[in-house]
Write a protein that binds this ligand. Structure first.
Ligand code: ZN
Ligand code: FE
Ligand code: FE
Ligand code: ZN
Length: 267
């Protein structure tokens, strides 16, 4: 059976995605998804940047837009309301306030920043040249663990996003991943299998198979996301994502509702 739900969909409100919510929904219906979850970028808590996330005062519009399509398409597809929130150490309370301002079916937690460096931002890509790649990777996994331990998030998104531009650690990071998987399990978070890495220089799904095997062994559950920033990307490469999950040892994935596991779907 095909994957039924895509939980990582953006909207134009974040300033770098295209298309109206109904276009994403119609694409999802067309390709046979049973469920689609919007998860646009939540307002940044550490600083402002209108090109990377929604603004706090755009949240009412975000929820209104999703509610509109939810009602309009209720006979055709299930529409969930999520959000993708950045993790910034030291800003837990502010982030929680934003996430508590509206009801969500799930919250994706993302590490896109090390301090102020948006390491996956194409505009800030040259900063990689000044950094030690192994150190960046270690810092990334440290932040991933802290994001799970913050208790803010239900699902940790794209858990090896650090590879996006093709920078690869030369150190063996197996212990680092094992430690991270253990923390995720204890923190009761799921991880996302995110196909957008295939469209980036990394040319690989997030996360890589060898790390996904470690998460599977640790019993960390999964969801699927395309990280669509245009309607044609909905559920893109989900056949490959399913193969990867099976290969890693997964037999099921989660469906969320009201920030709880609604049910488990067989792969
Ligand atoms: Zn984005
Ligand atoms: Fe992200
Ligand atoms: Fe995203
Ligand atoms: Zn993302």
């Amino acid at each position: 059976m095909n994957i039924k739900a895509d939980y990582h969909i953006h909207t134009a409100l974040c300033g770098h995605a295209n298309g109206e919510p109904f276009e994403y929904v119609e694409q999802a219906i067309k390709i046979g998804l049973k469920e689609i979850g919007f998860s646009d970028h939540a307002p940044l808590v550490a600083f402002d940047d209108p090109t990377v996330s929604m603004d706090y005062n755009e949240l009412p519009q975000y929820h209104r837009l999703i509610e509109e399509v939810r009602q309009k398409y209720q006979d055709k597809i299930i529409i969930k309301v999520g959000i993708e929130a950045d993790f910034f150490p030291g800003y837990t309370d502010k982030t929680r306030d934003i996430l508590n301002a509206y009801p969500y079916d799930y919250v994706l937690g993302s590490v896109h920043y090390m301090e102020k460096w948006g390491f996956d931002d194409p505009i800030q890509r040259q900063i990689w040249d000044e950094r030690d790649v192994n150190e960046v990777y270690r810092e990334y996994y440290h932040l991933l663990r802290a994001s799970a331990q913050s208790g803010l998030f239900d699902i940790i998104a794209h858990v090896d996003l650090v590879k996006k531009f093709g920078h690869r650690a030369t150190d063996n990071l197996t212990e680092e991943i094992i430690k991270t998987a253990k923390v995720f399990k204890e923190a009761n978070v799921a991880i996302e299998i995110n196909t957008s890495g295939l469209r980036k220089p990394a040319k690989e799904i997030y996360p890589a198979l060898w790390t996904l095997e470690i998460y599977a062994k640790a019993g960390v559950p999964i969801v699927f996301g395309s990280d669509s920033h245009t309607p044609d990307q909905v559920a893109k490469d989900f056949d490959k994502a399913k193969d990867l999950a099976l290969k890693a040892g997964y037999k099921e994935y989660l469906i969320f509702s009201k920030r709880k596991i609604e049910r488990i779907e067989k792969l």
